[in-house]
Write a protein that binds this ligand. Structure first.
Ligand code: GTQ
Length: 310
């Protein structure tokens, strides 16, 4: 067998029977770890990055969130990239575009002076807002306030790279012209509206035993879906699992999520991951709000998505 394997190797071939269950496991056997990125730990490091490099020099001043199960890969799950981006007062980034689609979930922003511009149209960034930069659209970010602006980036970079379909380029003029919109850009989903939606649900219906009061944002990125969940005080969620690994960002309050043997204790602005096909249970003592995103629409388009709420 050893000699046989060697002769196969010379032909760039290998015996399937030694690999079959690893290659095609009977159920998802993910390397993605349930993990948390604590904002209280990362914020000072992000501000330190703000002293080490300018937004211009960096192109994007971002701390990438690397899943500890994926050995240094710039991926928070197998299919998704996430990072924390900082724009200091008075800074503007360069304008660029790429085939990867991006979402921004705003964590810190004071007043009305921080924006993401898509094709020249500026969308104001307020805490909890969810802003999209679609594939191949020119975009840049600016901070006209006197406080640092921080948000979570979520991109479908690992999917784009899986398909070897990444293109990117700077704007030919360095920066794009400002275009006057109608004040309600289609690529911005205000926190106030989504928050009201879950609040209204909580007044007129019973909590879903697994998700509390949950709303899905309108489809904005082909491969990524985004959700907002209100978990009432004292919530004891039933276990739920789905094949879409999920990135959660705590928006209000605090709580804990049991994922298999792991208990993740989260507070406001912490980011954590729920891996594919692992049972997760949310629990709260105080009312809490969770923003989350996953690759669910990509899995559904490929006929792969499953959930289990038995
Ligand atoms: O803001 O355009 O986190 O191009 C990674 C790549 C953010 C961005 C990231 C990017 C951006």
């Amino acid at each position: 067998m050893d000699g046989f394997r060697e002769r196969l190797k010379k032909q760039n071939a290998a015996p399937l029977w030694e690999e079959l269950t690893r290659l095609i496991p009977p159920a998802p056997a993910t390397r993605v770890a349930p993990a948390i990125w604590r904002y209280s730990e990362l914020r000072p490091l992000l501000l330190e990055a703000g002293r080490l490099i300018t937004a211009r020099q960096a192109e994007r001043r971002v701390l990438m969130l690397q899943n500890p199960g994926l050995k240094g890969a710039s991926q928070i799950t197998q299919s998704l990239y996430a990072g924390l981006q900082l724009v200091m007062p008075g800074e503007v980034t360069g304008t660029h575009r790429h085939t990867a689609s991006a979402l921004r979930f705003i964590i810190e922003s004071k007043g009305d002076g921080a924006y993401t511009a898509v094709n020249g149209e500026r969308a104001a960034m307020h805490p909890g807002d969810f802003i999209v930069t679609p594939s191949w659209t020119y975009h840049d970010h600016g901070n006209l306030t006197d406080s640092p602006v921080v948000w979570m980036d979520g991109l479908d970079v690992p999917i784009v790279n899986l398909f070897d379909t990444s293109f990117s380029e700077p704007h030919p003029d360095g920066s794009q012209q400002v275009v006057q919109g109608d004040g309600a850009p289609a690529f911005r989903f205000a926190y106030s509206r989504a928050r009201e939606t879950v609040e209204r649900l909580s007044r007129k219906s019973a909590a879903d035993p697994r998700h509390g009061f949950k709303t899905q944002y309108p489809p904005a990125i082909p491969a990524i879906a985004a959700f907002l969940k209100l978990l009432p005080a004292g919530f004891r969620g039933k276990p739920h699992r789905a094949t879409d690994a999920t990135v959660c960002c705590a928006t209000e309050g605090s709580g804990r999520t049991r994922i298999g043997e792991t208990v993740i204790e989260w507070r406001e602005h912490d980011i954590f991951t729920i891996p594919s096909w692992q049972f997760a249970q949310h629990e709260t003592d105080v009312e809490a709000v969770l923003f989350s995103f996953s690759d669910r629409p990509a899995q559904q388009a490929l006929g792969l998505w499953r959930e289990d709420d038995s």
